[in-house]
Design a protein around this ligand. Structure first.
Ligand code: PLP
Length: 415
């Protein structure tokens, strides 16, 4: 009997497990870091996801601003499988063309406001690791103080936690790497007061995604650049969530005209293949030396070709422009509906926060999920919207209607 026949002659395959069955196994198999999963997904294609019970969803979260090209994009798939079948991994004793090409492209994005500025990249596997590299790099300036922002989120390693503002995340793990102070986000005067010649770096998210898509505007970034220049401190922009076209430009900070000393990327860079990058410019690009830092997987050629494929498709399909146009459409349609619970829409491009007048974002997101739409609520009164950049106008309009339908209708629901 051929292998194929043996397989087909085997006893009837068990019915695919249900979400309930998978969720029960999840509880036993995985640490309880994230609470119970809201759904168990088994397939994705374009902007759609399917759960283990066969229900279809439209994904307006994209794995938290990750799947810029949606699910199972053919260009990413071809790049990853092609590279994996050619050369999957070599370690950082060696180099690969893909890693070098991706570093050059990211450096180009970071120095676009001052072309010709030297820039170099350290590749990591996640946002927190990209920030960890940046944190270590700042220590090599000979200074140790870091000024971070109230409301910030930079990841979960000890270094990234030290510059993350949320006390609940920090306190169980203290003492954290020290010498970090926090200033109100968007307050240039407070920042000017906090920075002196002992500060190694100021770290800022151009838009605070985890804090509910809070956008301080370009002028704050420009002020931070002036202040850091005046005191010889590094300006470090965390573009992990906002970069790679999410906000309508390669960097959310692009429009500020500023060139930062350090920029960190992850999330959208690999479309779901894990990769992070710490890009440094000018003198900051020369701070890390052999022995200072390292990684086994970072810069792996498979991750690097995923990044190159993402960049190629964003350019080919003009997705930066699409991100701006569709994000504005979403905000305009949402506001035009005049729903009494919708106070405004924050953010840029396709990173948006629908701000509500009551703490009903969590319940609304649950109802959206029931109706087949994936979004999330980073704050009690904010729905975060971060769909793949390949969404259509019809998807946007459908989502706006779904939110309007999912919002509580009467005062009784809002309490
Ligand atoms: C601005 C920012 N920085 C860093 C991180 C951490 O990235 P990761 O979860 O890939 O470690 C995140 C994740 O949400 C983020 O939004």
């Amino acid at each position: 009997m051929s292998e194929q026949n043996e397989l087909s002659a085997s006893p009837a395959a068990p019915a695919p497990a249900s979400q309930a069955a998978w969720t029960a196994r999840y509880r036993n198999a995985l640490m309880n870091t994230f609470g119970p999963p809201k759904r168990v997904f088994v397939r994705g294609e374009g902007v759609h996801l399917w759960d283990a019970d066969g229900n279809r969803y439209t994904d307006f979260l994209a794995g938290i601003a990750v799947n810029a090209l949606g699910h199972a994009h053919p260009a990413v798939l071809a790049a990853i499988t092609g590279q994996l079948s050619t050369l999957g991994h070599v370690s950082n004793f060696f180099a690969t063309p893909a890693q070098i090409e991706l570093a050059e492209r990211l450096s180009g994005f970071v120095t676009a406001n001052e072309p010709g500025t030297p820039a170099r990249v350290f590749f990591a596997n996640s946002g927190t690791e990209a920030n960890e590299a940046a944190f270590k790099l700042t220590r090599l300036t000979g200074r140790t103080r870091i000024v971070a922002m109230e409301g910030s989120f930079h990841g979960r390693t000890m270094g990234a936690l030290a510059i993350t503002h949320n006390r609940a995340y920090r306190e169980p793990f203290e003492p954290l790497p020290g010498d970090v102070s926090f200033v109100p986000y968007g307050d240039a005067e407070a920042l000017a007061r906090a920075v002196d010649d002992t500060v190694a770096a100021v770290v800022i998210e151009p838009i605070q995604g985890e804090n509910g898509v809070v956008d301080p505007g370009d002028e704050f970034i420009r002020a931070a650049r002036r202040i850091t220049h005046a005191h010889g401190a590094l300006l470090w922009l965390d573009e992990v969530q906002t970069g790679m076209g999410r906000c309508g430009e390669w960097l959310a900070s692009s429009g500020s005209g500023v060139t930062a000393d350090v920029v960190t990327f992850a999330k959208g860079l690999g479309n779901g293949f894990p990769i992070g990058a710490c890009v440094a410019t000018g003198a900051a690009a020369d701070l890390l030396h052999p022995g200072n830092h390292g990684t086994t997987f970072g810069g792996n050629p498979v991750a690097a070709v995923a990044g190159l494929a993402v960049i190629g498709v964003i350019e080919r399909d003009r997705l930066l422009e699409a991100s701006r146009r569709l994000g504005d459409r979403l905000a305009d349609r949402m506001m035009a509906a005049g729903h009494p619970l919708v106070a405004g829409v924050r953010g840029r491009g396709l990173l948006r926060g629908i701000v509500l007048t009551a703490d009903v974002a969590g319940a609304t997101v649950e109802r959206l999920l029931e109706a087949g739409w994936v979004a999330n609520a980073p704050r009690p009164a904010v729905i975060r919207v971060a769909p793949p950049l390949i969404v259509t106008e019809a998807d946007i309009d459908g989502f706006v209607q779904a939110v309007l339908d999912a919002l509580p209708s009467g005062d009784a629901d809002v309490g």
